[in-house]
Design a protein around this ligand. Structure first.
Ligand code: 4NP
Length: 165
């Protein structure tokens, strides 16, 4: 099993959206027995909460349901996951500042680095203080990046993807 964890700050907006989008893609590709998907936050302020209502509404508009309850990323997650994907540079900095990250042998990447059309080091912008439109943009950016991430994992792990029709 390959395990993927998306990480943002609060684990109530961007990373649960990415988890739902990527999970649906993995399922559509028939790879849900091969690829496990989760998300976490570097902060603890929303632990135990369901995703932000604006994220859940946008998910629903796209035929997705976000069931995740927020949790904080813990040192043991560096052992559990092979792919850890941060939404912005500060998420990556917080992860790298954890001593357990030194022994991580998997892939630690920035979400938009999986989108070949994205500028270098671009973030999935934090929509928490934004509008409905900002949440829609988060979903659009995550969808594009998730496609690239799935191709990367399929290549790394020798998994076959259905041909696009
Ligand atoms: P997320 O968004 O990191 O995408 O879940 C945020 C959620 C909460 C806060 C900031 C960003 N906050 O400051 O409480």
């Amino acid at each position: 099993m390959v395990r993927v964890c998306f990480v943002c700050l609060g684990n109530i907006c961007r990373s649960p959206a990415a988890e739902a989008i990527f999970g649906a893609m993995v399922k559509a590709a028939g790879l849900d027995r091969e690829i496990d998907v989760d998300s976490a936050g570097t902060g603890a302020m929303h632990v135990g909460e369901r995703a932000d209502e604006r994220a859940r509404d946008e998910a629903r508009r796209r035929g997705l349901e976000i069931m995740h309850e927020a949790r904080q990323f813990v040192p043991a997650d560096f052992k559990r996951f092979q792919y850890i994907v941060g939404m912005d540079a500060s998420n990556l900095r917080a992860l790298k500042a954890m001593p357990a990250s030194a022994r991580f042998t998997g892939s630690l990447s920035l979400m938009r680095s999986h989108d070949p059309a994205s500028p270098a080091n671009a973030a999935i912008p934090d929509p928490f203080y934004g509008s409905e439109k900002d949440f829609a943009e988060v979903f659009d950016l995550c969808e594009t990046a998730c496609k690239g991430l799935l191709e990367r994992i399929a290549t790394d792990r020798n998994l076959s993807l259905p041909q696009p029709s």
